[in-house]
Ligand binder design. Structure first.
Ligand code: GDD
Ligand code: MG
Length: 352
C-alpha cells in the first residue's frame, strides 16, 4: 500500500497526520483498506511510507488486530509511486510469477478484488489495473482499453481525456515486473512504468468494475467518504457497528435536541450542544460545537471550538481552531490550526 504522500490537498488536516491516518467513520482511514484486504484473503501487507512514517507503525503495529502481518518500509526522500512500490518489493514474499496487489492509500473501493486477481491470472498479465468511470477524468489517470479489455494507453492527468474510464489506484502486478522498476530513484508508475510497459507490448489489462469508488484526497471527498461509510453506502468491515445516519463515538456528548444526520461522525470526547444541527460532517475527537450552531458538509479538527450561533458550510477547521459566535464560513474555506476568529461580524466565503 502506497501511503507516502504529503496529502497537500487536505491541508491543514494533514499537517498533523498523514492522509491515510485521518479519522474516518471512527477509525484511521487506512483501517478500512486493511480490513477489506484481510476480508479478500490478503495476509501480508507492506506499507510504503515516507511522510510521518512513524505514525503508521504506532497506529497499526504488527497488524495482528487486522488478522494481517504488516511490514513497513520508509523512503527518507519520497520516491514517487513507482519508486515506492520498488522499495517495498524488498519485503515482499513469494515467487517471481506471483500476483502482488498494490493499493493507493487514499481510496475507498467496494470492487471485487479477488475477481481482479482472477482476471490477472487468466490473462497472464504483467499488470492488471482496476478501472472506474468518473465525471471528470482529467483529474486522474485516463485509461483507454480495447474490446478485449487490454489497456492501450495511460494518460496521467491529461487535459484532453479520451475516455471517462480512469485508473482507480488498485493494481495487480506480476512480481517480476516490480523488479524491473529502477531501484533507489524517483519513478512515477503512472507517467513512466505503465506507459513503458504498454509501449514494450507487455500485457496490461483493465479490470473495469463500477462498484463504489472514491479517492478521498480533497476535503469534499474526504467528508463524503466518511459519511458514505457511516451511512452504509460502502460496506466497510472496519465500521464498528451497523450503518446509520450518524456515528457517535465512545464518550462524546450530544445534547438530546441536537440534530445529527447525513452520516456525520462525532469523535471521542467531542461535545455537541443543545439545538446544534450537524449534517454530512466529520467532527474530530475533542471538538466542540456550541448551542444552535449549524455545521454542514464540513470537517471540524481535533479540539476545535465552534461557538453557538456560527454557521459552517463546506469548510475545514484546523485542529484547535476557534470560531466565535455569529461567524458564517462557507464553501472551501480552510481555517489553520489554532486560528481564532473572534469577530462576530466576519463573513468569509471562498466564492466571494
Ligand atoms: N510511498 C510513497 N512515496 N507513496 C506515495 C508517494 C511517494 O513518493 N507519492 C504518492 N504516494 C501515495 C499517496 O500517499 C497516495 O496514497 C497514492 O500514492 C496516490 O497519490 P495521490 O497523490 O493521491 O495521487 P492522485 O490521487 O493525484 O492520482 C493517483 O490516484 C488516482 C486515483 O485515485 C494516480 O494513480 C491516478 O492515476 C489515479 O487515477
Ligand atoms: Mg489520490
Amino acid at each position: 500500500m502506497l501511503v507516502g504522500g504529503k496529502g497537500t490537498r487536505l491541508r491543514p488536516l494533514t499537517l498533523s497526520a498523514p492522509k491515510p491516518l485521518l479519522p474516518t467513520a471512527g477509525v484511521p482511514f487506512l483501517a478500512h483498506q486493511l480490513t477489506r484486504a484481510a476480508e479478500c484473503g490478503i495476509t501480508h501487507v507492506v506499507l510504503a511510507t515516507s511522510y510521518r512514517a512513524e505514525m503508521f507503525t504506532e497506529a497499526f503495529g504488527t497488524g495482528e488486530d487486522f488478522g494481517l502481518s504488516i511490514d513497513y518500509v520508509h523512503e527518507s526522500e519520497p520516491l514517487g509511486t513507482g519508486g515506492g512500490i520498488r522499495n517495498a518489493a524488498a519485503l515482499l514474499r513469494g515467487g517471481p510469477d506471483d500476483p502482488i496487489v498494490v493499493l493507493n492509500g487514499d481510496v475507498l473501493t467496494g470492487h471485487d478484488l479477488p475477481a481482479q486477481v482472477d482476471l490477472h491470472r487468466k490473462k497472464d498479465a504483467a499488470v492488471t489495473l482496476h478501472l472506474v468511470p468518473v465525471e471528470d477524468p482529467s483529474r486522474y489517470g485516463c485509461v483507454p482499453t480495447d474490446s478485449s479489455g487490454r489497456v492501450t494507453a495511460f494518460l496521467e492527468k491529461t487535459p484532453n481525456p479520451v475516455t471517462n474510464q480512469i485508473n482507480a489506484g488498485c493494481y495487480v502486478f506480476r512480481r517480476s515486473v516490480i523488479d524491473t522498476i529502477p531501484a533507489g530513484q524517483v519513478v512515477s508508475v503512472e507517467r513512466e512504468t505503465f506507459p513503458g510497459l504498454i509501449a514494450s507490448g507487455a500485457v496490461v489489462m483493465g479490470y473495469a468494475e463500477a462498484a463504489y469508488w472514491l479517492d478521498v484526497g480533497t476535503p469534499e471527498a474526504f467528508v463524503r467518504g466518511s459519511c458514505d461509510v457511516v451511512l452504509g453506502a460502502l460496506h466497510s468491515p472496519a465500521l464498528g457497528g451497523t450503518p446509520g445516519v450518524c456515528l457517535v463515538l465512545g464518550d462524546a456528548r450530544v445534547a438530546p435536541d441536537a440534530q445529527l444526520s447525513g452520516g456525520t461522525t462525532v469523535g471521542y470526547g467531542a461535545v455537541i450542544q443543545a439545538g446544534a444541527i450537524v449534517s454530512g460532517s466529520v467532527v474530530f475527537d475533542g471538538a466542540s460545537i456550541g448551542a444552535g450552531a449549524v455545521v454542514r458538509d464540513s470537517i471540524i479538527g481535533r479540539d476545535a471550538t465552534i461557538v453557538g450561533g456560527a454557521l459552517l458550510d463546506g469548510v475545514v477547521i484546523g485542529d484547535g481552531a476557534y470560531v466565535g459566535p455569529g461567524n458564517e464560513l462557507t464553501r472551501g474555506l480552510r481555517l489553520w490550526p489554532g486560528a481564532r476568529l473572534e469577530d462576530t461580524s466576519v463573513r468569509f466565503s471562498s466564492d466571494a
